[in-house]
Design a protein around this ligand. Structure first.
Ligand SMILES: Nc1ncnc2c1ncn2[C@@H]1O[C@H](COP(=O)(O)OP(=O)(O)OP(=O)(O)O)[C@@H](O)[C@H]1O
Ligand SMILES: [Mg+2]
Length: 259
C-alpha cells in the first residue's frame, strides 16, 4: 500500500515533467534509481529531445541501471549510474591517475558525474578508433545515452550466453580489439570479461566507465587482467590460447617474460 502510494506520486512527478514510462518493470526498479538529481537530468534530456519515453529495464548492475528508451526515430540505450550505491573507493582509484580528470571534486555525486563523462569519452575514443562499441550520443550528470546494440528491442546477448560456432575466430577478434584499444584509442578497458562483451555475428565491447588511459599508473596491471580474463574464457571454450605474456608484449611493445 505504502509503495503503491509512493509510486503514484512518482508517476505523477514524471508525467508532470513530460517523462513517459512505458514498461511496468521499469517502475519496479525506479525507486532506487530516480532520485532528484537523476529526475532533473532526465527532464533536461527529454526536453532536448534526446529521448521521448523510457522503455523496459535491460539490466540492474552493481552501479548502474540500463534501460531501453524511445527517441522518436528509434530506440537508444540509457545507462543511469546510481549515485547512492556508487562504490566511492573503487571509482576514485580509476579516476585518480587519469590526466583527463585531475580536477574532479571529491563528493560522491561529483565522482559519479565524472565517471559518466569518462564512460562517454572512453566510448567516443573507442568508436573513433573504429572499434565496435555503442555510439555515445549524449550525457548529462549521471545519465549516458548511447546507441542500442540489439534487435527488435532485445539487446544482443552477452558473450557468456552465446553458443559459439567458431570460438577461435572470436578469440582472435577480441584480442585484436584489446590491441586496437591500446594502440589507437590509447585505452585499457579495465573490466573486460564475457559479461562486458555483447555478441551478434561479431563481438561488441561495452561498459567502459572504468577504462583508463595508457598513462594511468595501473594501466598495465588492468591490461594484463583483461588479457587473463579473455584467455580464461576462451580456454574454457576449447581454444588454443596464446600466453598472456605473448599478447601483453605484442600489445604494449614491451618485453615482459613469465616470472
Ligand atoms: N548500448 C547497449 N545496447 C544494448 N544493451 C546494452 C547496452 N549497454 C548495456 N547493455 C546491457 O546492459 C548490461 C549492463 O551494461 P553495462 O555492462 O554497461 O553496465 P553494468 O555492468 O551494470 O555497469 P556497472 O558494472 O558499472 O554497474 C549489459 O550486459 C547489456 O546486456
Ligand atoms: Mg557490465
Amino acid at each position: 500500500m505504502k509503495i503503491e502510494k509512493k509510486e503514484e506520486g512518482f508517476d505523477k512527478r514524471l508525467s508532470e515533467m513530460g517523462i513517459r514510462i512505458k514498461d511496468a518493470n521499469t517502475f519496479k526498479v525506479s525507486e532506487n534509481v530516480f532520485d532528484e538529481v537523476t529526475l532533473l537530468a532526465l527532464y533536461k534530456l527529454v526536453h532536448k529531445k534526446w529521448l521521448s519515453a523510457l522503455g523496459g529495464s535491460i539490466s540492474t548492475g552493481k552501479e548502474a541501471n540500463v534501460f531501453l528508451a524511445d527517441r522518436g526515430d528509434g530506440v537508444v540505450a540509457i545507462k543511469i549510474y546510481r549515485i547512492q550505491s556508487a562504490n566511492f573507493t573503487t571509482m576514485s582509484s580509476y579516476i585518480q591517475g587519469d590526466r583527463r580528470f585531475t580536477n574532479v571534486k571529491k563528493s560522491r555525486k561529483e565522482l559519479v558525474f565524472a565517471w559518466t563523462k569518462k564512460e562517454f569519452s572512453n566510448l567516443a575514443r573507442a568508436k573513433e578508433a573504429g572499434l565496435p562499441v555503442p555510439e555515445p550520443l549524449v550525457f548529462d550528470r549521471n545519465i549516458l545515452i548511447m546507441s542500442f546494440l540489439g534487435e527488435d528491442e532485445r539487446p544482443y546477448p552477452q558473450l557468456r550466453n552465446v553458443e559459439l560456432d567458431d570460438a577461435e575466430t572470436v578469440y582472435t577478434s577480441v584480442t585484436g580489439m584489446i590491441d586496437t584499444l591500446y594502440k589507437k584509442a590509447e585505452l585499457v578497458h579495465g573490466d573486460l570479461s564475457e559479461f562486458n562483451i555483447l555478441y551478434h555475428d561479431q563481438p561488441y565491447l561495452i561498459d567502459m566507465g572504468q577504462s583508463v588511459t595508457r598513462d594511468h599508473p595501473r594501466a598495465l596491471q588492468f591490461l594484463m587482467r583483461d588479457i587473463r580474463n579473455m584467455n580464461r574464457f576462451f580456454k574454457k571454450k576449447g581454444c588454443e590460447v596464446k600466453t598472456e605474456y605473448e599478447i601483453f608484449n605484442a600489445v604494449t611493445g614491451l618485453t615482459v617474460s613469465q616470472p
